[in-house]
Design a protein around this ligand. Structure first.
Ligand SMILES: [Ca+2]
Ligand SMILES: [Ca+2]
Length: 926
């Protein structure tokens, strides 16, 4: 991909897919409506489309066999970006780049074509999307490195859909077994191959054992035989032609220190897959002998058509609904909605009225003209959502006769029992419906419109004096992947300010944003507050620089050109005696089309939750596909009534956070003041920007170093080296806010509340051996999930992980009474001398921990940690093995000349006399 390679060299403005559920649905053993979307920055290439189809077709048959006739792909939709030539493609309905199962986009880091799956949840939870690079799809030299594309697809699909993890581990490629043998982290352990050293770091040119760890030193790689008899596993090395199955309970390698074992409690991938919703709800097909290849449809969305459908029947006690609605919808039209979109406006109470048919936004004047059509007065009391939706359909259809792929932004707060009348027609029309539900009296079915059409949904509490409605509108962005043209919310602050008092804050504008920067203030009284905004150079803007709308109480300032990078200070002074709510919203857009802006996405683990089950709040902070570390992330969760809940989120690999330092911050949410709707909003702030350069922490396809084929080693080119520094730290911080949608809570009892919340599961338990002692470390959970302080720990050990998992009470108890738990989030350290080590010749033990709270509620069992007692190696190899070793090494020696010629950057030396080279599978190999 010539264009793609050039594009890949620069960091591009890429979107991370939003938090929507996977698009594909499983029916009668076939996945239907799988969406693969191409990023608008990918150069047009028909080969790419052919390759996607070929890949998924191959995957369908492969997966059908691997799952023993349970699943295959029946229909696939490929979403072609609007940047490609217009052809006779179909028009998408609800599909979008942001909600696709599979995205094709330039690489996530500079040299990486590793396909990967964004998988932020626990074992068995669905991931967000699979990312393939254009290079991976069209360049055949990568076939040797990753194996056939269809098989890679099957591997990634298992990550995405069934929440299983990789069975290799680049951090721990080798391990020492209970029999004191060095082995390769793999599944199944029937796979054969030899050890080869491919780096200068190997002293004698061959694999050397580090006497301290018992493992091979860096640079040693295990090179698999290309022709094997082992059939497992797809989550390890699906590229091998013999591999056609997942590891199951019979051949699963329980000793391998990989993510699958750690995350899934030593269950095999097949056991986890069998337990997935897909498999539980879909019995095996009765006739499994024959399946047809998937059917592909090619879709392309040209114009973005939006209709605002605004409820003017709503009343709010002590507030002015029309004012609030006007302020927020105007903000959307003037600052948020992307250039070139077509926008129309409908309002409704008991009847609907078309305010304007669609106009294309080609200038600021069009934006202002559209805003002039916004409703200025409230309507009669009754609410008739269908009246509004029917007119919206008319407005959209008038553009070019087609409703498919259009968007409706429905804002409503009144009671309406007649929604059933138009529900199915609306949902089936092909429009995506984004809903903003206001207050607690809104009809329960509103969110169903979003759910059924893949739209966004927001909730705004009745306390309309805050900025929630403005934030909801700010969160409705195009979902095409074109982040360069999207609005970015930098600041959203609102507070009740006393007479003659000030709202004064500092907001950092970073170098990735600054184009079309707006400062917008709102207030309640007749006269505006005194406003000042100072830029980093000290230049001040005051009321006279603002565009002030005294009817709707909005003041707007657009900073000319690109807003200066640095700290901006704003002050709103209430010039009245009585207190009033003042708000300040700052939005901007990316400064540069080739440098992605720092972006924030927030979502909840579920849409609907029953007390006392916990939920998880996730916030992803990124620049393009690169994670941003070290940010302060605060989530604000607002109920229908009562005070908002504030939570601090962490990216520490503990509690709810599955992976440390991946830019995904999280926290448990479990305490709710009542039933009903809740909204999520996040504030992200950092004083400096930290981006790891080398991290590839997500579930990704293996970069295969080479194969042994017919007794000869054939190495692939080494992975392109990356910048040595692990972290890139940039001067200067940033600010962001984002609306994260809404969710519904039920079954919350009326107080007083008993403690029904156990400590959370410990997921980062680590065990190592020091001086005949087992040293454990983990992050402390709390009394309630990850909050507070637990009362104690129960620690047990066993020689097998399964005994700990399935029979915890019968395993060896460790006296931990001296251990008093730390506050949640702090590190625990505990050492003990295991009895087993003193009495028997045992070198490997497994440890697990449960935390206990004040009312004797137990946490789930922690991850099961493995500690290996290393005894310096026996004399390797035995005399009859030596023969084998020499034979192999001679072959290797003959070959590496070739390898060295073709891959000159790799220093490949192997000497035939190294006794420390352990050939685990010698007999099988020869
Ligand atoms: Ca994380
Ligand atoms: Ca508790």
């Amino acid at each position: 991909m010539a264009g793609g390679a050039a594009a890949g060299a620069a960091l591009l403005a890429l979107a991370l897919a939003a938090a929507a559920e996977a698009a594909a649905v499983l029916r009668d053993g076939g996945y239907e409506g799988l969406v693969a979307a191409v990023h608008p920055r990918v150069a047009e290439d028909a080969e790419l489309l052919a390759s996607i189809q070929e890949m998924i077709t191959e995957a369908s048959f492969y997966l059908f066999n691997a799952t023993r006739g349970r699943v295959h792909f029946r229909s696939v939709r490929i979403l072609i970006p609007p940047t490609w030539t217009e052809k006779s493609y179909e028009t998408p309905k609800h599909e979008s780049y942001d909600t696709a199962d599979v995205i094709v986009a330039p690489p996530y880091w500079k040299h990486g074509d590793d396909p990967y799956t964004l998988q932020p949840g626990a074992c068995g939870k669905m991931g967000k999307y699979i990312h393939f690079t254009p290079n991976f799809l069209v360049n055949d030299y990568l076939l040797d490195i990753y194996g056939s594309r269809g098989r890679v697809f099957a591997h990634e699909w298992a990550h995405l859909r069934w929440g299983v993890f990789d069975e290799y581990d680049s951090d721990r490629p080798f391990y020492v077994t209970g029999q004191n043998q060095v082995k390769v982290t793999r599944c199944s352990s029937d796979l054969t191959g030899i050890y080869v050293c491919e780096k200068k770091s190997c002293a004698e040119g061959s694999c050397v054992i580090n006497k301290l760890t018992g493992l091979f030193k860096e640079g040693c790689a295990f090179i698999h035989e290309r022709n094997q008899t082992a059939v497992s596993s797809i989550m390890y090395m699906q590229s091998l032609s013999s591999v056609a199955e997942f590891c199951d309970e019979h051949n699963h390698n329980r000793e391998a220190p990989n993510l699958q074992n750690r995350m899934c409690d030593y269950r095999s991938t097949w056991e986890v897959i069998k337990n997935s919703t897909d498999f539980k709800n879909n019995p095996p097909m009765t006739n499994t002998s024959h399946i047809t290849p998937p059917v592909f449809s090619l879709l392309q969305k040209r114009d973005r058509v939006i209709c605002l459908v605004l409820d003017i029947s709503k009343t709010i006690t002590g507030g002015n609904w029309i004012n609030r609605l006007h302020q927020a919808a105007e903000l959307y039209l003037l600052q948020i909605v992307e250039e070139n979109s077509y926008v129309g406006i409908v309002m409704f109470s008991h009847i609907g009225e078309i305010k304007t048919h669609v106009r294309q936004i080609v200038s600021d004047d069009v934006r202002k003209q559209l805003a002039s059509y916004l409703p200025a007065a409230s309507g009669s009391g009754r609410t008739n959502v269908c009246a509004g939706l029917q007119l919206a359909s008319e407005v959209i259809r008038k553009k070019d006769g087609n409703v498919f792929g259009s968007e409706i932004i429905l804002v409503t707060g009144g009671q309406d029992s007649s929604m059933k009348k138009c529900f199915s027609d609306t949902v089936n029309s092909g429009s995506v419906i984004h809903t903003i539900t206001v207050g607690s009296s809104a009809a329960k079915e509103i969110e169903q419109f979003s759910k059924e059409t893949g739209g966004l949904k927001f909730f705004v509490p009745e306390r309309l004096d805050f900025s929630d409605l403005l934030d909801a509108f700010s969160g409705i962005l195009s979902r095409s992947g074109d982040t360069f043209n999207q609005s970015i919310q930098i600041e959203s602050a609102s507070d009740s300010i006393g007479g003659y008092k000030q709202l004064r804050r500092t907001v950092t504008i970073d170098s990735t944003v600054g184009r079309e920067t707006f400062f917008v203030a709102t207030w309640q009284t007749a006269e505006p507050p005194e406003i000042t905004v100072s830029d980093p150079s000290g230049k001040s803007y005051t009321n006279k620089d603002f565009d002030i709308d005294s009817i709707f109480h909005v003041a707007r300032l657009q900073i000319p050109g690109i807003a200066e990078t640095g700290e901006w200070i704003y002050t709103l002074t209430n010039i009245h005696l009585s207190p009033q709510v003042l708000t300040m919203i700052v939005t901007s857009r990316a400064a540069n089309s080739t440098i992605p802006a720092m972006a924030v996405k927030a979502h909840m683990s579920k849409d609907i939750n029953d007390y006392p089950n916990p939920m998880v709040v996730y916030v992803q902070v990124s620049q393009g596909f690169s994670p941003i570390l070290g940010a302060n992330v605060t989530a604000i969760i607002s109920p229908e009534n009562g005070d908002p809940i504030s939570l601090e989120l962490f990216d520490n690999g503990a509690g709810s956070d599955i992976v440390k330092n991946d830019g995904i911050y999280s926290k448990y949410l479990f305490s709710f003041p009542g039933n009903g709707r809740y909204s999520l909003k996040v504030h992200v702030q950092a004083n400096r920007t930290i981006i790891p350069q080398t991290a590839m922490r997500w579930s990704h396809a293996m970069y295969i170093p080479g194969y042994v084929e017919n007794g000869k080693i054939k190495m692939n080119p080494s992975r392109p080296s990356v910048i040595k520094n692990d972290l890139q730290i940039r001067r200067g911080g940033f600010h962001r806010t984002a609306a994260g949608g809404s969710f519904i809570i039920s079954a919350v009892p009326v107080g007083p509340y008993a403690d029904v919340f156990p400590p959370c599961k410990i997921i980062d338990l680590d065990a190592r051996i020091e001086d005949n002692k087992v040293v454990l470390s983990w992050t402390a959970p709390g009394d309630d999930f990850d909050k507070g302080q637990a009362a104690g720990y129960e620690i047990r050990t066993s020689e097998t992980p399964l005994e700990l998992r399935d029979n915890f009470y019968n395993t060896t108890f460790v006296n931990a009474s001296s251990l008093s738990p730390e506050h949640a989030g702090y590190k625990e350290l505990f050492a003990f001398k295991p009895e087993a080590f003193t009495t028997e010749n045992i070198t490997i033990i497994y440890v697990a921990v449960r935390a206990i709270d004040e009312v004797l509620l137990y946490s789930e069992l922690s991850n099961i940690a493995q500690a290996v007692m290393f005894i310096p190696p026996m004399d390797f190899p035995s005399s009859n093995m030596e023969f084998s070793v020499s034979t192999i090494l001679l072959l290797v020696f003959g070959l590496l000349v070739v390898v060295c010629l073709t891959a000159s950057t790799t220093l490949c030396l192997l000497k035939k006399k190294d006794k420390k080279t352990v050939l685990e599978t010698t007999t099988k190999l020869l």
